[in-house]
Design a protein around this ligand. Structure first.
Ligand code: NAP
Length: 490
């Protein structure tokens, strides 16, 4: 553990398990341990267990053994365990937020928001657990009855990314557990600590042994591959890059595994000439800078009507230029470090490419020369249509502003991407709002608001952003299989 940590930071790091959770036992990994880094300093925070493929198979053994009993658990009791976990997370929001900031970097205030957002999935799905319904109908001939029921699909593998270390786990585990499925969670190697804390809370709240298993690992592919080959695994829910999603989908074809894929994004943010510009700038700050731009829902490009583009860009640059950058635990910090050197360097490369093609930085534009992985909040004007950051996911605090002259041009530009997760639109014209919303090729639209995430709403994308929905009534359906019972009444 680093000597630069204060006593509170040490306490939260020491308060959680650092081992694998398999069948209700916290145990060492066959590959020893690996270091978790503080992205604000590059120092090691702590070490966690490094799983082998055999450890992952042991987790599947445990999830398979626990599956029948959990599927038969009274739905109300499943819901009550989730409800207790919701309450425990809310009660511990400060410690969980500090833990998250240490491993992921974002300011503590933002981590608090994520912890509360993450907890909401447990509350929402605690309520959904008792609403798993089937139907009863008379067959068209009148001589039979059609009964349907929905059953848990069985053991699920949940693979999560580093950018929302707790919410991506609860958004999957909440509906899976509510449906009666057992799970194996494989968190990202940069941010395993929030998942370990979450699993410990589920255990404390009465979850039976083996229902949740956690496998932390430095060899994601090798560790999960035997599970994808194993017919006892019934579902994979993955959140991460489109590239890895494609790879997992091809591996999963061998066992025809059920899949949910929450992949990358390239969100357009449209500002029409009739928009409330104050609201649009506020929405832009949120859509771009929430999570330091390291969000699949982050606005990736700002398409603004030519009559207001210069003013919008200047105002956005003023807001971003005033943001305080620093370690997420320091008071008053608005933007923390990026997750690692690779991510920071990728953002720097995309910004250099845009500048080489004529873009003008209105604020920022460079990495910060200090320990850790910081990049300045950046707004770019005069961005060429050929700049890579218009087609690639930036995943950092960089806002390119491009102007358009007609609604048709705006929609064409917005849709000119392989991704289709979310789009944002600011306009005061209701007919235009609905017309454009229908034309945009995305799974979600933020209308006059810069955030769409909500546990009660279906989150997910189209095109190369994947398929499946998390949250809302749709979320639990991903973990249920419909069974039809034909009844002969003759
Ligand atoms: P990533 O590299 O695809 O990794 C995501 C997860 O997959 C991590 O747990 C990673 O483990 C694991 N993984 C990597 N290679 C694997 C393999 N061959 N087999 C099995 N697992 C593998 O993505 P990331 O860089 O962590 O996350 C950022 C991406 O996630 C962005 O593209 C973002 O848009 C997307 N995202 C999407 C949503 C959504 O809901 N649509 C939400 C958040 C993020 P390791 O950490 O060990 O490599």
């Amino acid at each position: 553990m680093s000597t630069t940590l204060d006593s509170d930071e040490r306490r939260v790091l020491e308060s959680i398990p650092h081992q694998l959770l398999i069948g209700g036992n916290w145990q060492d990994g066959e590959h020893g341990t690996f270091a978790v880094e503080d992205p604000a300093t590059g120092d090691t925070l702590t070490e966690v267990a490094d799983a082998s493929p055999a450890d992952a198979v042991a987790a599947l053994d445990a999830a398979t053994t626990a599956a029948p009993e959990w599927a038969a658990f009274p739905p109300r009791e499943r819901g009550e365990i989730l409800r207790r976990a919701f309450e425990t997370i809310v009660a511990r929001v400060d410690d969980l937020a500090l833990l998250m900031t240490l491993e992921m970097g974002k300011p503590v205030a933002e981590s608090r928001s994520e912890v509360l957002y993450a907890a909401e999935f447990l509350r929402w799905f605690s309520e959904e657990a008792v609403r798993i319904e089937g139907r009863y109908s008379v067959s068209p001939t009148g001589s039979g009855r059609i009964l349907t029921t929905r059953q848990p699909v069985g053991p699920c593998l949940l693979i999560t990314p580093w950018n929302f270390p707790l919410a991506m786990g609860t958004r999957k585990a909440g509906p899976a557990l509510a449906a009666g499925c057992t799970v194996i969670i494989k968190p990202a190697q940069q941010t395993p600590l929030s998942t370990l804390a979450f699993a410990a809370i589920l255990e404390e709240c009465g979850l039976p042994k083996g229902v949740v298993n956690v496998v932390t690992s430095t060899r994601a592919g090798a560790t999960t591959e035997p599970l994808l080959d194993d017919q006892r695994l019934r579902k994979l829910s993955f959140t991460g890059s489109t590239e890895v999603g494609r790879l997992l989908m091809s591996q999963a074809s061998k066992t025809l595994l059920r899949l949910s894929m929450e992949l990358g994004g390239n969100a357009p943010f449209l500002v029409f000439e009739d928009a409330d510009l104050d609201a649009a700038v506020e929405g832009a700050v949120l859509a771009k800078m929430r999570n330091g731009g390291e969000a699949c829902t982050a606005a990736n490009r700002f398409h603004v009507h030519e009559s207001v583009a210069a003013e919008f860009a200047a105002r956005l640059a003023k807001r971003l230029g005033a943001m305080r950058v620093g370690r997420g635990t320091d008071p008053g910090v608005d933007l923390g470090p990026m997750i690692d050197a690779k991510q920071r360097d990728k953002v720097a490369e995309l910004v250099s490419d845009a500048i080489d093609r004529g873009a003008k930085p209105l604020t920022g534009g460079s990495p910060l020369e200090r320990p850790g992985y910081f990049f300045e909040p950046t707004v770019l004007g005069d961005v060429s249509d050929h700049a890579r950051l218009l087609t690639e996911e930036i995943f950092g605090p960089v806002a390119p502003v491009i102007s358009f002259s007609s609604e048709e041009q705006a929609v064409t530009a917005a849709n000119s991407t392989e991704y289709g997760l979310v789009a944002y639109m600011f306009t005061a014209n209701l007919k235009r709002a609905l017309r454009v919303a229908e034309a945009l090729e995305t799974g979600m639209i933020g209308l006059n608001q810069g955030i769409v995430s909500n546990a009660a709403a279906p989150f997910g994308g189209v095109k190369q952003s994947g398929f499946g929905r998390e949250g809302g009534h749709e979320g639990i359906a991903e973990y249920l299989a419909t069974k039809y019972i034909a009844v002969n009444m003759d």
